[in-house]
Design a binder for this molecule. Sequence first.
Ligand SMILES: Cc1cc2nc3c(=O)[nH]c(=O)nc-3n(C[C@H](O)[C@H](O)[C@H](O)COP(=O)(O)OP(=O)(O)OC[C@H]3O[C@@H](n4cnc5c(N)ncnc54)[C@H](O)[C@@H]3O)c2cc1C
Ligand code: SF4
Length: 623
Amino acid sequence: MHWRPFRRAICERLRAAKLFQTPLALLEESVTNLFSTRENALVATPARDVTIATQPSQERFALPQTSPTKFDVIVVGSGASGGWASKRLAEAGLKVALLEAGRPQSDANFTEHQPAFELKYRNMATELVRKTRPVQSVFDVCNEYTAHWFANDLEEPYSTPKDQPYLWMGRVRMTGGRTNVWGRVSLRFSELDFKSASHDGFGEDWPLGYKDIEPYYDLVEKYVGVCGSKEGLEHLPDGQFQPPMPLTCQETLFRDRLKEKMGRVAMSARSANLTGPLPGRGPCHYCGPCERGCMTHSYFNSAFTTVADALRTGNCTLISNAMAYKVLMDAEKNRATGILYIDRNTKQPHEVHARIVILCAQTQESTRILFNSAARQYPNGLANSSGLLGHYFTAHVRSAGGSGDFPVFDAKPNLGAPTKPVGIYIARFRNLPGQPAAKNFLRGYGFEGEGGIDFNWGAPGFGEAYKKALREPRARIGITGFGEVLPRWENFLEIDPSVKDVWGIPSLKIHIKDSENETAMIKDIGESAGEMLEVVGAKNIRTYAHPSAPRWAVHEAGTARMGTDAKKSVLNQFQQSHDVKNLFVMDASGFPSNPCQNPTITIMALCVRSCDYLMDSLKKNEI
Ligand SMILES: Cc1cc2nc3c(=O)[nH]c(=O)nc-3n(C[C@H](O)[C@H](O)[C@H](O)COP(=O)(O)OP(=O)(O)OC[C@H]3O[C@@H](n4cnc5c(N)ncnc54)[C@H](O)[C@@H]3O)c2cc1C
Ligand code: SF4
């Protein structure tokens, strides 16, 4: 006899007999686990195998285990977007299953105060880190302190055409995703960004404008805690800021001279670091390496903010080590019914079901899940009747900039001094309304930079003379351009049927290269960096301008773009699939363009807006 059909009846009897007071759903879960264990132990032959891969494959898995709990919503991914989706929905009373491919994060893992000499290899054994994370460790935030937070590149491969190398970095596999290690620069998009196609004729406008998202920027910034100064720029709107972090003497000189001589605006970078307290979080104490965590929770990391809030409601269940494979569908009703995921540790498949599915796995990963959800009714990938899924992939260029020496102002270098985790930001100054257009490229770029006092590490010599020269302070400012990449059809993601991860899930092939627009912009970034450093009086100026590949900025977007026309877009303005009404993609996949400002505060604001729409639709019974 198979016991499953009688599971609920058994549990009800147990409760009625007052043998267990556990809530029915949890009791069912325990009973299921008990019987599953017994089945596995007692049955001599393995459980019936089924093939679940959608691409031609010989991979075989055990029959998926189904979670007995029926959730209202499944959120895939616990980073910037997934954290907000689970917080917003769980706080409103919806039962949320939060699936996260990575491990749980906790304060005990944070090492921002640990000196390198306490580490086994003193943070010097880069080769060892590189062995398993050759791509992730290209970004220095993946090092001996944090390497285990990142995906093992050998376990989670992807491919590219030979002539289009691409480094897919920042694949964090912990609760909180990339927000564990992000740079925290938080800049709003402006009306110019949302309507850039109308401004210069390239691509598509966003199906929403600044006024639509403004209240959500306000809400998100107040909670996240963004420090910064109000500058009154229409193309870089002010927000709900905590006081800015002070500039160094060199940064102050740079800002003042740049304004005076060129009319350009440099400011203390608007950043998700607290300068004042928020409930449960202390202001930053300037220890420096935020990418290793923060025990006082003074920078924004979903793990200890949005996800923690969601869990506190009791309505959100975090399922860690759950690698989402595909969206489960009821093809007849054309509704998403849940997610099939693979447990990273056991490699066993599981199903979890809900009324609504929200993908927040980061642009490439969410797109991969949609492609891998292809079925007879959706041969080109789920939510892809437009054929646009995977196309218009964008990632900022960040391969040009410059640096120069500045006056020291009598400061002394000090190894243990407070370290400001926030530098400067130079607002976009190209191709703004009312200005002559740049001759050979569209859109614009901003600069991130920082400067301060350091030892003269490059001093020549030996012995006493070297020690003396080393202590001669140097002050240098470096600035790096972050430029908009045009959304072009030719830059796209697809499934590579010949590559799979260790869980048997087909991997992505990533196609992206510089167009003439990016090439011209990169050249201009290098030149303008040199020009600005010269004008503000820097010495020993060095500039650079390289092609983007292989190292694009970790600000990817655009592969399931939003729009009003279902033939020309994948999602509507609330990040809801045009094709499957109870399926949403709330990360940056929906961005119709990728303005030069860092994307994450917009990802979060948009996500909250879409959650509010979702709840409204549920109330009206429209989903
Ligand atoms: C080093 C670095 C610096 C950055 N600096 C900045 C900055 O200064 N300003 C800025 O705006 N942005 C910055 N970013 C980008 C920013 O981190 C991202 O834009 C943002 O985190 C994206 O949010 P997300 O929710 O889409 O994805 P993430 O925050 O990456 O979260 C995605 C989560 O989904 C999980 N996941 C993936 N696949 C699956 C699956 N199949 N099943 C289940 N779970 C899955 C991942 O493990 C991860 O936890 C930086 C990123 C990096 C890496
Ligand atoms: S610099 Fe500030 S925000 Fe960063 S880890 Fe230290 S205290 Fe936390």
